[in-house]
Write a new protein. Structure first.
Length: 203
């Protein structure tokens, strides 16, 4: 562990450290969108909750106990929620896309029903904008067209199912929106570099 020394005659500062690890490909767009450091300065009501939760975790560890494994996750989620709430309107990236009045609802639809036969026209109709506006907003905020984002999301879902389930390739293909195993295999190899069966074997 690194050691940091900061000389000075002020009050002693305590630093509480924690570690969360995630291997799931489903979270890669989210993790890539995060900056290397998030400095959260919560409002008073939220700060009280964060401080009380941190004190509880420290006291449990000091007594040799083990605080709830959900507590670090709750603290992280709360910090990320505040970070997202404070993002400036002009920010680009996946987190900003969630707040965008056009891209946000479109992403929700794609994530909820990735296997549907989406087209740009159908998606634009569902979020009550033109195809042009939808395409421009996706390009401006995420840097990819809507259908390319959908392909990426389907492949992430497929990788998650390949690694975490015993579902057959035809079943996975159908669940993520491909009409045939062959079409699914071609798309998967193009996106992840290996056919789905070989990718599953390596993991």
């Amino acid at each position: 562990m690194p050691v940091m020394r900061q000389e000075g005659g002020g009050e002693r500062t305590r630093i509480l450290c924690g570690y969360l690890h995630c291997q799931d490909l489903l979270f890669h767009p989210f993790l890539r969108a995060l900056p290397p450091l998030i400095h959260v300065q919560p409002a008073s009501a939220r700060a009280d909750w964060l401080q009380a939760s941190a004190r509880y975790a420290v006291e449990e560890a000091r007594r040799g106990g083990s605080p709830s494994s959900r507590l670090p996750e709750l603290l992280l989620v709360d910090c990320l929620r505040q970070y997202m709430d404070d993002l400036p309107a002009a920010r680009t990236g996946w987190l900003a896309a969630l707040h965008d009045p056009v891209v946000g609802p479109a992403l929700a639809l794609l994530h909820q029903a990735p296997a549907e036969r989406w087209t740009v026209e159908r998606l634009a109709r569902r979020v009550a904008v033109s195809r042009t506006v939808l395409g421009e907003r996706f390009a401006a905020v995420l840097g990819v067209p809507p259908m390319r984002y959908l392909v990426q999301w389907r492949l992430q879902l497929a990788a998650h199912l390949l690694r975490g389930s015993r579902a057959s390739l035809p079943e996975i293909a159908g669940r993520v929106g491909y009409e045939s195993e062959a079409a699914f295999s071609r798309a998967f190899k193009r996106g992840l570099g290996l056919p789905p069966a070989a990718w599953r074997d390596r993991r």
